[in-house]
Design a protein around this ligand. Structure first.
Ligand code: XMP
Length: 533
């Protein structure tokens, strides 16, 4: 049986939680894919899901031209679960009514379960004053269902949303006004599991071991005996691609690892130790530090620096690739959120290119090892195209990559080039590397590394006066940055303990000759960005 034999369609009505629904279904070990609510009928018929989850959305069902459930979805005759807007759309379609609420409900709520139905059977977070079954949930809605369609029963209720859930066990159609996909809903994952396993009948096939087995088979089918090239950065995605391809095709894979000189302390050696020495992957290391630093000399503008680093990277990579014989494939670490963002189809196994529409505003021109030259005329192999980041991590661990590497905070493509403000002078690099390594080491030792989403040091090329022993110092400044975020689009500065910051600051100033002052960045995103450039 293939891991894709059973699957759930997430029909997207524009909710900010749609990706979360797909992730929760995957966590229930069932494959899921997201499609927009107005996707063409053929895509739905071809996908042949075992069940459909209709997402929430920002629209109101009370308007005539409101997004509705497409006939192609209804024709599937498979179980459906509507969440928030999805529930209202179901109510409308089957003959119930909906109305705008006078009160907008947002946040934590307690719903009382008032009917037995397969969906919520046996679930209870606690009992109410009169012994009622209560669930702790996360609500976010303004419209609500005012009458359930014929054949449905009211499943649960709150004072402000008397119909907070509805069920038709016979037709296997369900609606929830609250969001089971967010972790604030205590029994949320249990509800998703109930729907996909017990109601849709999907077995637990989507596991890291099964994904590796199937991907290995596909990669072999796709590339045959051809040679494959991979740009290895040391980041999670390209590392997992390397491990996966190595497992699948061994010697047919060649990785190019460009040491730009702008990596974290000892990072180049670590990458080589993990892949080349321990795993036996063929890795060409290019020591291009001088080339990058020379190209950056005299340039202080952040955008210009990013462009220079991107350009040099492609040049170095290209040169190395040209020297290799008979390579026909380029492997890339594209993951599912990239595919969704560019609105491409997953098309597993087809090796299609997911490049698509860019974002409306370019705040920073991102450089990734992913965006490599088209003129190289290589076919793409993208084995992580279906996977969310947490699934990529699980795969990496299953493939035996070190936990430190897999759980490492993200690191930007241009590396320390955007963490040394203004002109990148060669003498700044080791100072920053050293400060960053101290900060990260201490976060780990104090059990804080996994509590923050990203942490790093930034080099400020301004000099500040200090005193050390009897001597005067006039040295550079290090800024520490640590943030908590889910999606890196918005972020809160991490409220690290003062004693901890004090300890890190003392170590940096005492141990690094050239740094006389440490500051902590207390800016949120927005209005600041996570990186300083
Ligand atoms: P900003 O600074 O835009 O960063 O708030 C958001 C996240 O993106 C990372 N970042 C990059 N990643 N290439 C990358 O691969 C880049 O050019 C780049 N610039 C920023 C940043 O580290 C943070 O995680």
């Amino acid at each position: 049986m293939s891991i894709h034999d059973h699957r759930i369609l997430i029909l997207d009505f524009g909710s900010q939680y749609t990706q979360l629904i797909a992730r929760r279904v995957r966590e229930a070990r069932v494959y899921s894919e997201i499609m927009p609510w107005d996707v063409d009928a053929q895509a739905i018929a071809e996908f042949k899901p075992d069940g459909v989850i209709l997402s929430g959305g920002p629209e109101t069902t009370t308007l005539d031209d409101a997004p509705s459930i497409p006939a192609s979805v209804l024709a599937l005759q498979v179980p459906m679960l509507g969440i928030c807007y999805g529930m209202q759309a179901l109510a409308r379609h089957f003959g119930g009514t909906t109305a705008p609420s006078s009160k907008r409900e947002f946040g934590f709520a307690r719903v009382e379960v008032v009917a037995t139905s397969k969906l919520l059977q046996g679930m209870s977070d606690h009992l109410g004053d009169l012994g009622q079954t209560m669930l702790d949930v996360w609500m976010s809605h303004s419209d609500h269902v005012t009458a359930v369609p014929e054949g449905f029963q009211i499943l649960c209720t709150t004072p402000s949303a008397p119909i907070a859930g509805m069920a038709d066990d016979k037709r296997r159609i369900y609606g929830l006004q609250f969001h089971p996909e967010v972790t604030h809903t205590a029994s949320g994952q249990a509800i998703i599991e109930r729907f996909v396993h017990d109601i849709c009948g999907c077995p637990s096939l989507w596991t890291a071991a099964n994904i590796i087995e199937e991907q290995t088979r596909r990669i072999r089918e796709q590339v045959g005996s051809d040679k494959v090239l991979l740009g290895l950065s040391g980041g999670v995605d390209s590392s997992v691609v390397a491990a996966l391809l190595h497992a699948a095709i061994g010697e047919q894979l060649t990785c190019i690892f460009v040491d730009t000189g702008l990596l974290r302390q000892d990072e180049g050696d670590q990458v080589m130790a993990t892949f080349a020495r321990h795993m036996g992957v063929r890795v060409i290391r290019v020591d291009a530090q001088d080339q990058f630093l020379q190209a950056l000399a005299g340039e202080a503008d952040p955008e210009a620096k990013r462009k220079i680093i991107g350009r040099e990277f492609i040049e170095v990579f290209d040169q190395q690739a040209k020297a290799l014989q008979d390579v026909n494939w380029l492997a890339q670490g594209t993951i599912y959120p990239d595919v969704i963002e560019s609105a491409g189809a997953v098309q597993y196994g087809s090796g299609s290119n997911g490049a698509g529409a860019g974002k409306a505003h370019v705040i920073k021109s991102h450089h990734n090892v992913g965006g490599l030259p088209e003129h190289m005329n290589l076919k793409l192999v993208e084995p992580l195209r279906e996977l969310f980041k947490d699934e990529v991590r699980a795969l990496g661990l299953e493939l035996g990559l070190p936990k430190d590497m897999i759980m490492r905070h993200p690191f930007p493509g241009p590396g320390l080039g955007v963490r040394i403000l203004g002109e990148v002078k060669p003498e700044y690099v080791p100072l920053l590397q050293c400060a960053d390594a101290i900060f990260i080491e201490e976060l780990g030792q104090h059990g804080l590394y996994d509590k923050v989403s990203q942490a790093f040091a930034v080099f400020l090329p301004v000099r500040s006066v200090g005193v050390m022993g009897d001597g005067r110092r006039y040295d550079y400044v290090i800024a520490l940055r640590a943030v908590e975020t889910i999606d890196f689009m918005t972020a809160r500065w991490a409220h690290l303990p003062y004693d901890f910051l004090d300890h890190v600051s003392r170590r940096i100033i005492n141990e690094i000759d050239g740094i006389s002052r440490v500051v902590y960045d207390i800016s949120g995103k927005p209005p600041a960005t996570i990186e300083w450039e």
